[in-house]
Design a protein around this ligand. Structure first.
Ligand SMILES: [Zn+2]
Length: 232
């Protein structure tokens, strides 16, 4: 059994496991967070809030028109009835009626203005709702794709983990301990290949005697970077 090669294979598997786990967590993050959809939905909610607020203000202005007209009506009736003959009193009543009419016009203008705003908001809400729909439709397809990717990644992880356990069962625990220790120290690169007589971890030339040992399948560590050496 070539120990260096076996540990090198374990390292390749561990790197693959890490990469798969990273990709899986990216896919899962994507699956439970669609920024564009959340943004469009919150924009729609904001427009709907504006619509409700405008409706309240419009209703208040309409009430104000009703109230003013209720005050105006008896004055106008009195004026028309001819029952008031005193010119001073008539003048005062006429002035009051004119003032009220002015207020009515102001409030009616406000109502008209708000009706225009309501129409604009209605259009904006419809456009935003259509955008939400379209993103949701697109998202449904994308979500299926992501879920398929997720299932595939999970299956790869499961099968790689099984393979890892099998490999672990075939290696002496002392060597595994050394491998794990080096893996932590060397950012995942515990085993280095020997190419053209050099350790590929640190590029130093390996003495012939150690090269021979490694070729014989023994566990040899690089004298410079301590990585386990593997003869390809
Ligand atoms: Zn080295």
């Amino acid at each position: 059994m070539n120990l260096g090669k076996r540990l090198y294979d374990l390292q390749q598997l561990d790197l693959r496991l890490e990469k798969t786990a990273e990709t899986l967590s990216r896919v899962e993050r994507e699956l439970d967070h669609n920024e564009a959809l959340e943004k469009a939905k919150s924009d729609l909610e904001a427009i709907q809030k504006d619509q409700a607020a405008l409706q309240d203000t419009q209703r208040a202005a309409e009430h104000a028109v009703d109230d003013l007209q209720a005050k105006l009506k008896p004055i106008q009736q009195k004026l028309l009835s001819g029952s008031v003959t005193n010119p001073k009193e008539l003048g005062a009543m006429q002035q009051q009626a004119n003032q009220l009419k002015g207020h009515v016009r102001e409030e009616e203008d406000k109502v008209l203005d708000m009706m225009g705003q309501a129409e604009a908001l209605q259009k904006a809400a419809a456009a935003k709702a259509a955008e939400v729909d379209s993103i949701e439709r697109e998202w449904a397809g994308k979500r299926n794709q992501l879920q398929a990717e997720q299932a595939e990644l999970m299956a790869t992880l499961d099968s790689d983990r099984l393979t890892r356990n099998e490999i672990l069962g075939q290696i002496d625990p002392d060597y595994l301990q050394l491998y794990e220790k080096l893996r932590q120290k060397k950012q995942g690169s515990a085993v280095a290949k020997i190419e053209q007589g050099r350790c590929q971890g640190c590029k130093i030339t390996i003495p012939v005697s150690e090269l021979t040992q490694a070729r014989a399948g023994e566990l040899v560590q690089c004298g410079s970077c301590s990585r386990v050496l593997c003869v390809p």
